[in-house]
Each structure stands twice: as C-alpha cells, then as structure tokens.
Design a protein around this ligand. Structure first.
Ligand SMILES: Cc1ncc(C[n+]2csc(CCOP(=O)(O)OP(=O)(O)O)c2C)c(N)n1
Length: 619
C-alpha cells in the first residue's frame, strides 16, 4: 500500500532500495484504482520508474514534460498532487485519464492522439529560446507512437536545433498490440548496453587472434568507439545520422541509470534522443503476459484479471469483424487495413484468416488512407477500419487521394459518437460533418447490427468512396422487430404519424423511439424515420413528410454544426418554410469524459430533454 505520496525532494533523496520499494507501492496503487475504475493499465505499469527518474533529473513543472498520447501519465498525476483524483478517474467531473493543462500546471500539453509530443516539445523549445527561458523540455514518446509520420516530421526539424531538447523514446516493443514496421525492427535490433560491451570484448578477442593485427591496432580499433559501434552494433546510428544525439539503450526499470542519462542529456546543446527500454504491464503478471488486453481495461478482478461485467452482446466492432471474416472467404480482393488497432476495430479474425490481405500500417492514419487509395486504384477492395476521432488526421488524404479520384475505398468508422470515459480527444463527433461535405462520398449510419452488415455490403458494391459510421458499445441485433432492406439513398419510415417528425441518424434510433413513446403518452403521434444515409439525404422522404408535419427533430450522435441534421434542415426549410426545426446532437464544445449516458444527458441528447424542447417553443 502506498501510505505516503513522496514529494519531489523526497524522491530525489531516496536510494536504490527505497526507489524500488516506492515503484512497487505505486504499481499496487495503480492496479487497485484502475481495476475499480477502468482505464489504461499496461502502459502505466511500464512507466513507473521512468516517471520517478524524470522527477529526480528534472524540476517539474518548471521543466516541461510532454507525454505522447498521455495514456501512460498516471504515475505523473499521482506524484504531482493528484492522488485523490484516482477515486474519480474518468468520471464525469472527475480526473481525466489523459494530461490536461487545466487540471494541473504539471500537464503542460494536452494529448490523447499519438505522435504529437515531439512537435509540441520543439515548439516549447523554440519559445523558450526566443524568450530567454532557462528550463528543460522533455517529450516522452512510445515506440508505437514513433510510427506516426508527425513524429518523424518533428525529429527532422529538431535535428536543426542548436539548443537542448530531450526526446525520451519509451520502447516496450508494443503499440497496443505488437509494434510493426521497420523502425520497430530497428529498435529491437539495438542491443542492450551490456550486450554492446560484451560484443566489444568479443571483437577485441577476435582481432587479437588475427596474426596481422598487433596489440596497438587492437587498442586503436577498440577505442574508436563509434567505428566499432558501426561494425558490430548499429546502435542509434539512424538517429545519429539524422543529426540527433542518441543515448542508450537504457534500462527503463532502473531509476538511477535513467537519471544519469537524463542528466547527461541536459548538458548537450542539441536534440538528444534517449532510448529507454521498458516492459509493458510490468509487475502485474496477467498484464505482462497480455499487454494488449490490459492496454485499456474495464473494471476487473485483480486476482484473476477477468472483467467484472460480462459484455451484453456483440459490439459493433465485432459485428464489423465478423462481416469482414465472412466476406473475405468469397471476396478475394477484400483488404483489411488498420492503423495499429486490429483488436480494437474487430479485425483480428480477418487478420488470422487472411494474413496476406490484412495490413497493420502502424499508427499512421494518413498513410492508411492513401495506401488504401493505391490499392483501390489497382482494383482491390480496401476497407480502412478506424476510429472516428483518429480518422480526423487523414482528412486531406480522404479528400485528395480517395474522393477526388472517386476511388472505391470503404471506411469503417468505429467509435463514432460519444465514447464516454476517454473523453474529449476520443469523442467521435465530427465525422458526419467532415465526411458529409466531400463530393463522391456516401455516408451511412446503421441503427443495428443487421443494417451494419447490409451497409458494409452496399459500400463494397458501390464502386465509389463510402463510409459506414457506428458507435462504441453493444450493437442491437434488430430494432422494433422489423426489417426493410437497405436501399441506396433511402430512409426507412419506422412509424408514420403526423405533426412531429423524428429524423434519426444511426444509433440515435433508440433515443428517438423513446422520445416517440413519451410523446405518444402525451397524445402526440410522432413520425419516426431511420434516415440511414447522411449523404445522400433521402429528399423524397422529406418531401413526403413536409405537408403534414409542423416540427422536424433531427437526432445524430455527432456535432450539430455542419452535421447531418443541419443538412436535412436546409432541405426541410426549402420544402416547408414555416416548419419548426430542432437539432439534437453535440453543441459547439469539446465533450468531456464520463459515463456515456450521463454525458449524453448533459448535452441534452436524452429523450426527456428532447420532449421538453419539443413542448416548448424553443427552436
Ligand atoms: C492518432 C492515434 N491513433 C491511434 C491511437 C490509439 N492508440 C492509443 S495508445 C496506442 C499505442 C501506443 O503505443 P506506444 O506509443 O508504444 O505506447 P505504449 O502503449 O506501448 O506505452 C494507440 C495505437 C491514438 N491514440 N492516436
């Protein structure tokens, strides 16, 4: 048990044994809290000693530390006075699971999406130098996040620096799952420091046995550390050749060793990359064995590692994954693409069944999209499975590489809508707006599993760009016990009433139906439409409703501004100029973390609030 949270000065005065004991207690604390509240576990267990070393070598918050993605910052939060926050971790109004500037001066930059820390850090370095500041700037980035192009753009720029900037590469060989690609292979190839020394000795012995090389020569070669390094260990050469100084690899669970490297780095007037090796899930055997399963967790039993609650049914991601695995059997040109999220988006079955047609491109959404465009231009049927919020990264690639060329790329847009406890960086609320404005793009939103499958089928047959967006959580298999097959561009009228029309997009169907039933209880027989297509909109359906409806309520799990509801509203205003329009969706703000239902109520996206709005004259 962690009985006392030490202050930075106390951490600095601890010896190795005390530091090891503290690290163990912190792990116990994190395990206890995360098992109760859910959150990111494995990455946080891996960065305990790294955080302690940062507190010893630097003086935060004067010195700035930026955590890439930020899912590994729990020890940082704990040691910067936020112990109590762990009781409300990721609750509505509680402590965020990611760094937040408004939460603490120790959080100098908000993160959540990967690969931003080096750019942000470099910006802070330039600002420091322009204003004569005297402090260190440290960006901590994982090997997974290093696969994102933005990180390379920033390192390329940082190589020009003539002042100090420290990048700590936290290499645990894992992204969420096993890291992929050339950089990952390269990092794995870099030997441990001990290994390097052993190899140096072996070379020395080998050379001494060669008759033509004398003792002097051996010494000279052995001392020419860099050239020996180049011969036997290409340690950090990639970074060195770029113009960065490489230090490492350093044992990321040895506080003293890391502290030494960090202190040495502080004195160099250039960008220094310190390669730290850690173990994801360190100290909790189930997480060490299955670091991907313990990357992000729901509340679980610490003894068994098993979730406390059983899933209520198949998730939307699983329905998508099953569709892909089945479809792959007959559609030989079907390609599954993920940006380091195979398990999360449900592509695992496809990955195992069709390894040659599955591509994990690393945390590289931009590349994933243009890569898919290249595949589509060559006659393949690529499906990019991606979270709505991460697809934001690839906007230009969607416009320039896919839609402008009208290429048949299918986007399976997962986590579209309010996602809950991960909070503002992960809310998938912009896609209806950002996809709905692009020529050649079709945008569909299913209300249940059956529709998701049909929409994916339709998207694959279309021959043009198409996106199917669906939320986090369990997918209802059917809705209102009825099924009308999906037809391109057509909405489905679920109930025909008059006066009030509820126009629902995707998973808002259940809230729309709840609203309809409440209105019915008040004697108002509202029409309920499952719009299905955000683009193209079914204008014929709206024309049909215009004569006998005075109020149109659009419902979408996304931002109102520029969304499907506003677009429908423009059509309705032209068809029925006097009609009252009510848009239900996310207002013009970034949506905080918290339980999804609570958050939706806060935003007025619940049936009670909708009925209230309908019953007032408020527009
Ligand atoms: C742009 C973007 N895409 C995907 C993700 C989802 N994601 C969160 S953490 C993570 C893996 C990060 O790996 P790494 O940086 O090595 O950190 P580790 O989890 O191993 O500590 C991914 C893919 C994200 N946060 N941002």
């Amino acid at each position: 048990m962690l009985e006392h949270i030490p202050r930075a000065e106390e951490i600095r005065s601890m010896d190795k044994n005390e530091l090891d004991a503290l690290a163990g207690e912190i792990r116990g604390f994190l395990l206890d809290k995360v098992s109760k509240k859910g959150g990111h576990l494995a990455s946080n267990l891996g960065t305990v000693e790294l955080t302690l070393a940062l507190f010893r070598a630097f003086d935060p918050p004067k010195d700035k530390v930026i955590w890439d993605v930020g899912h590994q910052c729990y020890t940082w939060k704990l040691l910067s006075g936020r112990e109590k926050g762990f009781d409300t971790l990721r609750d509505l109004g509680g402590m965020s699971g990611f760094p937040k500037r408004k939460e603490s001066p120790y959080d100098v930059f908000n993160t959540g999406h990967s690969s931003t820390s080096v750019s942000a850090g470099l910006g802070m370095v330039r600002a420091r130098d322009l204003t004569g500041g005297r402090y260190s700037v440290v960006s901590v980035i994982g090997d997974g996040s290093m696969t994102g192009g933005l990180a390379f753009e920033a390192l390329n720029d940082a190589a020009q620096l003539k002042t100090n900037f420290i990048v700590i590469l936290n290499d645990n060989t894992m992204s969420i799952a096993k890291n992929v690609g050339g950089m990952s292979r390269y990092l794995t190839g870099i030997r441990t420091a001990g290994g390097y020394n052993r190899i140096k000795l072996a070379v020395k012995r080998l050379l001494s046995r060669l008759p033509v090389i004398g003792e002097n020569m051996i010494e000279r070669i052995s001392n020419a550390k860099d050239s020996i390094k180049e011969i036997v260990v290409p340690s950090g050469m990639f970074f060195e050749n770029m113009g960065l100084t490489y230090l490492g690899p350093v044992d990321g669970h040895n506080v003293i060793q890391m502290e030494k490297a960090f202190r040495a780095a502080r004195d160099l007037q250039k960008c220094v990359l310190i390669h730290v090796k850690t173990k994801k899930g360190k100290g909790y055997p189930p997480a060490e064995r299955h670091p991907d399963a313990f990357h992000g967790v729901e509340p679980f039993d610490v003894r068994t590692g098993k979730p406390l609650k059983k899933a209520a049914g198949k998730s939307w991601s699983e329905v998508f994954g099953d569709f892909m695995a089945e479809k792959g059997k007959t559609e030989k040109k079907l390609i599954g693409i993920t940006a380091a999220m195979s398990g999360n988006v449900g592509l695992r079955k496809f990955e195992f069944a069709f390894p040659k047609r599955f591509f994990d491109v690393g945390i590289a959404e931009q590349h994933a999209v243009t890569f898919a465009a290249g595949l589509a231009a060559s006659g393949m049927k690529p499906v990019v499975a991606v979270f709505s919020s991460f697809l934001q990264r690839a906007y230009d690639e969607i416009v320039h590489d896919v839609c402008m060329q009208d290429l048949p790329v299918v986007f399976a847009v997962d986590r579209a809508g309010i996602v809950g406890r991960d909070g503002e960086t992960h809310q998938g609320v912009f896609d209806l707006s950002y996809l709905g404005n692009i020529p050649n793009m079709t945008v569909m939103a299913p209300m249940n599993a059956e529709e998701l499958r049909e929409m994916l089928e339709l998207a694959l047959q279309l021959g043009h760009p198409a996106a199917v967006r669906y939320p986090r959580g369990t997918a209802p298999e059917s809705f209102m016990d009825r099924h009308v097959p999906v037809v391109y561009g057509k909405a489905e009228v679920l109930h025909r009433g008059s006066g009030i029309a509820l126009l629902s997009f995707g998973d808002m169907a259940d809230i729309a139906e709840e609203t309809r039933l409440k209105l019915l209880g008040e004697g108002k027989d509202a029409t309920l439409v499952n719009m299905r297509f955000a683009k193209p909109l079914d204008e014929e359906c709206l024309r049909d409703l215009a004569p006998d409806h005075h109020t149109f309520v659009t419902l979408e799990n996304g931002v109102i501004s520029g969304g499907a509801g506003e677009k429908a509203g423009a059509v309705i205003s032209a068809l029925a100029p006097g009609a009252r329009l009510i848009h239900v969706g996310v207002p013009d703000l970034f949506v905080t973390h918290g339980n999804t239902d609570e958050v939706m109520r806060l935003l007025g996206m619940d049936a009670d609030t909708i009925v209230k709005r309908i019953n007032t004259t408020e527009k």
